[in-house]
Design a protein around this ligand. Structure first.
Ligand SMILES: [Zn+2]
Length: 536
C-alpha cells in the first residue's frame, strides 16, 4: 500500500473527528454573540479534537480505535451540548462561578435547575449532536474508514501533536475547556470550603474579640430571605399588592431603600453578608461570623432553616449555621416535595419560649427561590392577570404571577414572624433581608439570577427592620430613621450594622460600615470584577 494512499485514509478517518467541529462552527455562530469569543472557542475545540485524535493514532488495533473514537466523540458532543446551551441561556461561556453554584447545589435544586434549563433550544442542540453521533458511527462501521497502517513514524508524530495540543490548551485556552475549568474551580471551591470550615464552624472564633453585653433580657431575630427582589415588593413601590400584611404595619417598619447585595448567588452573597468577608477580602483568612459574634456576646443562638442542609459538600450557610447552639433544619425531605416557609413558625415559637435570657434567632427562608409556584400553598394563588411587562408572552405572564404570589406568601410569613416576636413584649428587633433578587422580566426577557447579567433586580434587595417598644425605649439615639433609610449600602458590611443594633461591641467594628451609625460613610459599592455599582 502506498504511503500517499495511507495518509488519505488517515485523513478520512480524521474527518469523523471533525464532525463535532462542524457543529460548533454552525451552531456556535448563532449562539456565541461575541466574535472574538466564537473564534477562541473554535481554536480551543480544534486543539482538543486534535489531542483526542492523536491518542487514537497511537493504536494499531482497529477495535480499540473504534471504541476510543466512539468514546471521544461522545465526550466532545456532551461538552458541546453543555457549552452551546450555556451560551444560549446566559450569553456567556461556562463560568467558574456557575460551576461553583452547581457544586453547592443539592438534588432538589439540581432537578429544579434542569427543569428550567432544558428548553426547546437545548433539546434542539441535543438532537443535532445525537444525529452527528449516529453519522459518525455509520462511517466507523465502513471498513475503509479505519484500517489504515500504523508505524513508528506515525506514532511519534501523533505523540508530538498530542503534547503540542495539550500545551496550547493549557497555556492559551484553559478557560474555554470545560474539563480544565471544572477541575480548577472545584479545587478553588474546596479551598474556600476548608477556610470557611476552619474559621466559621466552631461556636467561637479567635478572630474577633467581643465584649460581653449587659445581662438584661433581649430577643433578636435575623431573617435571611431568598431570591426576593425589592422590584416586586409593594413596600418598595411595586404596583401590585404583594405586601398587604407588611403594608398594614408600614409605620412600624424601617424600610431601607438603597441596599444591594455584594453578589447575586446565594453562597457568595451569604459568605460576605454573614461574615467579615467583603469585596476586597472575599473568603478572608481570619474570618468570623455573626453567629460566632452572638455566641461570644453571651446570646443563646438558634438557626432555623427551610433550606436543605447539604449540597454535594456541605453548603456555605450550613457551615456558618453549625456555630449556632441550636440548629433546626425543617426541610430534610429527599423528594421534590415543596415545604412552605410557615413550617418554621412553630420552631420560632419554641425558640422564643425557651428560658435563655438573651436570644439571637437566625431564620433562613426558602423565600421566593425558583421554581416559584412551589413556594406557596394554593390559597396564595392570587395574581392571575396580565402585568405591564415589556416582555409579553405566555411564559412571562405565568412566571410573573407565580413570583408575585411567592412574594405575597413571603409577606405573610414575615408578618407572622414579627407578630410572634411582638407578643413576647420584650426588648426585640426583627431584621429581614434577601440574599439577592431575581430578574423576572423586569429589565429584559429573562428569569433568574446570574452574575454575568447582574441586572438591578438581581442586586437590589429588601432590607427591613422592626423594633419593639421596649427596644426603642432603650435605644433612643438609634431612632432618627428618616435620615438613614436613604443611605446607599452594600450588605457585605452587615456584620457592623448587626453588631450595632444588637449592642455587641467587638474589636473590628467599623462605624463607617454600620448603616445605623452617625459616623456612617457611603463607600464605593463594587460588584462583579470591580464595577462601581452606582456608575453602571
Ligand atoms: Zn439565593
Amino acid at each position: 500500500m502506498g504511503v500517499k494512499h495511507n495518509i488519505t485514509k488517515i485523513l478520512k478517518f480524521g474527518g469523523i473527528y471533525f464532525l463535532p467541529m462542524a457543529v460548533l462552527l454552525v451552531l456556535g455562530f448563532f449562539f456565541v454573540s461575541n466574535s472574538i469569543e466564537y473564534l477562541k472557542e473554535l481554536i480551543a475545540f480544534f486543539f482538543f479534537i486534535a489531542a483526542l485524535f492523536s491518542i487514537v493514532l497511537l493504536f494499531s488495533n482497529n477495535k480499540i480505535r473504534k471504541i476510543l473514537t466512539i468514546l471521544f466523540l461522545l465526550i466532545l458532543l456532551v461538552l458541546l451540548v453543555i457549552k452551546l446551551s450555556f451560551y444560549s441561556h446566559y450569553g456567556t461561556k461556562v463560568s467558574a462561578s456557575a460551576l461553583f453554584v452547581i457544586f453547592e447545589t443539592n438534588g432538589l435544586e439540581a432537578s429544579e435547575f434542569l427543569t428550567n434549563y432544558i428548553n426547546l433550544t437545548v433539546v434542539g442542540i441535543m438532537c443535532v449532536c445525537i444525529i452527528v453521533l449516529g453519522l459518525a458511527i455509520y462511517f466507523l462501521n465502513k471498513p475503509n474508514y479505519i484500517n489504515f497502517e500504523s508505524n513508528l513514524r506515525l506514532k511519534l508524530f501523533s505523540l508530538l501533536i498530542l503534547f503540542l495540543s495539550l500545551g496550547i490548551i493549557h497555556f492559551k485556552f484553559s478557560s474555554e475547556n470545560i474539563i480544565i475549568s471544572s477541575v480548577k474551580s472545584f479545587s478553588d471551591y474546596k479551598i474556600t470550603k476548608s477556610n470557611l470550615k476552619k474559621n466559621l464552624a466552631q461556636p467561637l472564633s479567635n478572630n474577633i474579640k467581643v465584649k460581653a453585653t449587659s445581662k438584661e433580657e433581649k430577643t433578636y431575630v435575623v431573617v435571611i430571605g431568598e431570591s426576593t427582589s425589592k422590584w416586586h415588593m409593594q413596600l418598595y413601590g411595586y404596583g401590585r399588592e404583594t405586601n398587604p400584611k407588611l403594608s398594614a404595619i408600614k409605620d412600624e417598619l424601617v424600610i431601607f431603600d438603597s441596599i444591594i447585595t455584594p453578589n447575586v448567588h446565594t453562597l457568595r452573597a451569604l459568605e460576605k453578608i454573614l461574615t467579615l468577608s467583603d469585596f476586597h477580602f472575599p473568603n478572608r483568612e481570619n474570618n468570623a461570623s455573626l453567629v460566632q459574634m452572638a455566641n461570644a456576646a453571651g446570646f443563646e443562638t438558634f438557626w432555623i432553616s427551610n433550606q436543605k442542609p447539604v449540597g454535594i459538600y456541605e453548603s456555605i450557610p450550613t457551615i456558618i449555621s453549625s456555630a449556632a447552639k441550636h440548629k433546626t433544619y425543617a426541610n430534610t425531605k429527599e423528594s421534590g416535595y415543596a415545604v412552605y416557609d410557615e413550617i418554621l413558625l412553630p420552631y420560632l415559637k419554641e425558640a422564643l419560649d425557651s428560658k435563655a435570657k438573651q436570644k439571637l434567632i437566625f431564620i433562613h427562608l426558602i423565600g421566593t427561590h425558583a421554581i416559584y409556584n412551589k413556594r406557596y400553598p394554593e390559597t396564595f394563588d392570587f395574581f392571575k392577570d396580565e402585568t405591564n411587562t415589556d416582555f409579553k408572552h405566555s411564559k412571562s405572564k405565568r412566571t410573573i404571577n407565580e413570583y408575585d404570589n411567592a412574594i405575597r406568601y413571603n409577606d405573610f410569613v414575615l408578618r407572622e414572624i414579627i407578630e410572634q416576636v411582638r407578643i413576647k413584649n420584650e426588648n426585640s428587633y426583627v431584621v429581614y433581608f434577601s440574599d439577592h433578587g431575581d430578574e423576572v422580566y423586569d429589565t429584559f426577557d429573562f428569569v433568574g439570577h446570574n452574575e454575568y447579567h447582574g441586572t438591578r433586580p438581581m442586586y437590589e434587595i429588601p432590607f427591613i427592620a422592626w423594633f419593639s417598644n421596649k427596644y426603642k425605649a432603650n435605644n433612643l439615639e438609634l431612632f432618627n430613621f428618616k435620615k438613614i433609610t436613604k443611605r446607599p449600602y452594600v450588605l457585605e458590611d452587615f456584620i457592623h450594622s448587626f453588631s450595632e443594633i444588637s449592642n455587641i461591641t467587638f474589636d473590628r467594628f467599623d462605624a463607617k460600615k454600620s448603616i445605623f451609625n452617625q459616623g456612617f460613610n457611603k463607600k464605593l459599592r463594587l460588584v462583579k470584577k470591580g464595577e462601581d455599582y452606582d456608575k453602571r
